[in-house]
Design a protein around this ligand. Structure first.
Ligand SMILES: NC(=O)c1ccc[n+]([C@@H]2O[C@H](COP(=O)([O-])OP(=O)(O)OC[C@H]3O[C@@H](n4cnc5c(N)ncnc54)[C@H](O)[C@@H]3O)[C@@H](O)[C@H]2O)c1
Length: 257
């Protein structure tokens, strides 16, 4: 078995939600592997800071582009994709990381319609619009692949997270259904991580960090590795998969042994 990381030389990787957390880690790892990352976020300043930090490193691909765009807005996403294609000529891989957790801790009867709609707008409609506008470019690429960052919340649940859990289940089935529609042209997969140490989880769990907690926590770079494996030609036979990375938690039976 080879241990060298997949080579992404010459490949353009568009990452949504790349100003922070998992998206920033994916963009950084893609750049380390020779790709040109496009860091898309509605926090344009944050995306620009991440891209500048990448450009200041001695990267094999040498380039990193930041784009301010809102994944819930079709006009914004159409022009973000057009501008990427004008500047770089191609998009080979798309990673959808933009996401919000919504009203964590609220029981369903206390969730406002506006909060419910916002969670679905970013997590589900955002992934749909990102893919809708990048699929023509992905179809033209020899590497065409997309990885949607869902969550273990697509499969298991904690109280007070109904909108988020429902939205992430929709993301998994979006990936599976699209993988069937694009079979032979673009590989589409999803990842379903448990807690990852990012600003989102720190905010939701009201923690400054995860030192000393009695549950396992991923680093953003761990998820970036999983995502870029699924996006790479090494995962050529993997279509429509939802890779659960939860330290084996959901595999545990209720049997008391
Ligand atoms: N942190 C975890 O424990 C965890 C676990 C499983 C899955 N996830 C998922 O991973 C993804 C990344 O989350 P993270 O933990 O890195 O969070 P994060 O808050 O650090 O990053 C999310 C990014 O998405 C961007 N974003 C939000 N709304 C946007 C919009 N409308 N348009 C463009 N960009 C937008 C934010 O500006 C931010 O940069 C999310 O989809 C999240 O649901 C996170």
């Amino acid at each position: 078995m080879t241990t060298t990381p997949p080579d992404l030389g010459g490949v353009v990787v568009l990452v949504t939600g790349a100003a922070s957390g998992i998206g920033a880690a994916v963009a950084g790892l893609a750049a380390d592997r020779g790709a040109t990352p496009v860091l898309l976020d509605h926090d344009g300043e944050g995306a620009q800071e991440q891209a500048s930090a990448l450009r200041s490193r001695d990267l094999p691909g040498g380039r990193a582009l930041a784009i301010a765009a809102d994944v819930t807005d079709e006009t914004s996403m159409r022009s973000a994709v057009e501008s990427t294609l004008q500047r770089l000529g191609r998009i080979d891989i798309v990673i959808t990381c933009a996401g919000v957790s919504g009203p964590v801790g609220s029981r369903l009867e206390d969730v406002s319609l506006a909060d419910w709609q916002r969670v679905f707008a970013v997590n589900v409609t955002g992934a749909y619009l990102t893919l809708k506008h990048t699929l023509p470019a992905l179809r033209r690429s020899h590497h065409g692949a997309a990885v949607l960052v869902a969550s273990d919340s697509a499969l298991v649940a904690a109280p007070g997270m109904v909108p988020y859990c429902a939205s992430k289940a929709a993301v998994v089935q979006l990936a599976r259904a699209l993988s069937v529609e694009t079979a032979g042209e673009v590989r589409v997969n999803a990842v379903c991580p448990s807690v990852v140490d990012t600003p989102m989880s720190r905010g939701d769990l009201q923690r400054r960090d995860f030192t000393g907690v009695d549950y396992p926590v991923h680093r953003p770079g761990d998820i970036a590795e999983h995502v870029l494996f699924l996006a790479s030609p090494r995962a050529a036979g993997i279509h429509g998969a939802a890779l659960t990375t939860d330290f084996g938690y959901s595999a545990r039976s209720a049997f008391p042994a």
